[in-house]
Design a protein. Sequence first.
Length: 150
Amino acid sequence: MVNVREVPPELLMRQLVSEFKKEKNLEVPEWASYLKAGVHKEKAWEDPDWFYNRLASTLRKVYVNGPIGISKLSEEYGGRIDRGSQRYHPGKGSRYVIRQMLQTLEKLGYVKKDKKGRMVSPQGTSILDKASKEVMKSLVQADPSLEKYL
């Protein structure tokens, strides 16, 4: 059985984004075009599909690192703050965006709350496993030596 950890994350993200775009219950909120990723960024996202990309990335991070909370996820999505000639200082990602992503995933039924944080539900595990299997099938078509992983 193919696992989420065994496939390349970028290919898994593409597969999940295409599945999220097919989702009928999922709508991109109107605030999505105005926000930026966190205090370490100067501009808002330029990619029109950033909402789906962040949603897929959040689902994968909750699967790999879960149970996990908003604060730890904001550290995962953080980066360097540009402070001129001063020393490097890490900045956290936007906790509002992460909270909205987790709430959206909860509405879709892919993530559930626990006492220790958020974790992936059985339905979320199912969609991740299906996407991983599809990615591995495409990799096997490109390189038949990977057949043993299916």
